[in-house]
Design a protein. Sequence first.
Length: 258
Amino acid sequence: MHDDLETLTRLLEREGFVAAGEEADELLACAAGDAQRLDALVTRRRTGEPLAWITGSVTFCGVEVVVTPGVYVPRWQTELLAQRAVQRLPAGGTAIDLCTGTGALAKVLMTARPGARVVATDVDARAVACASANGVEAFCGDLLAPLPRELEGAVDLVAGVVPYVPTPELGLLQRDTFTFESSLSYDGGADGTAILRRVLRDGPRFLRRGGALLLELGGEEADALAGDLARLGYRDVTVLVDEDGDVRGLEATFAAPG
Ligand SMILES: C[S@@+](CC[C@H](N)C(=O)[O-])C[C@H]1O[C@@H](n2cnc3c(N)ncnc32)[C@H](O)[C@@H]1O
């Protein structure tokens, strides 16, 4: 039996779970004293299934987000981008969250800017259903394609965590990743920038002049995009770097080409 915090923590530690104490705590809370249920939850976790799929939620930027099985779990690494997104969205403004997954980024924006309109898209119907369960106005389809035409030229912020892992590097992701998650969430094409480039190209259809573009990316991808950004009319390009010096995203302002 592992129905107390200490025993369950030790079990998870032995299995190599880094945050064993926190995970044990969450699993016990989710089981709410039902020993059989706890057993089932722990069995699922020991297979490597994401904790949030088991407990049904995660906290992102201090906001509780519903997570349903099959949908990408928001990562803490995205919080810096989300905080910048809040800064770039005016109180009564309009934002688009591309590739929304659970709708986490959109929900943070809606929480911080209750007077704003926030819409989101994802190509995976399970993600759209999850984002809707989080109260997000979510549309199913490719990038900006399913969005209402009335938003064209009127949007203050286009933000997104689009797939940006170079295809040859997918195999380097954690072993558990593709046991449970789909490469659809990660695969950014040969050099990782295929979808990022499509967002840069299509963003100006929706962004107003002075509107912000915020995209998660990694490594040298911002450098690879410099030419596209300049040609398409993005200015004041900044690379977002976290406290450890890791690249977390790209921020730019749309000023129109020329
Ligand atoms: C890395 S996950 C990010 C999810 C969420 N933004 C987050 O940070 O938690 C990428 C998401 O992009 C979606 N996606 C992949 N290709 C897409 C496309 N062409 N158009 C819209 N969504 C797409 C996937 O279904 C997945 O939910």
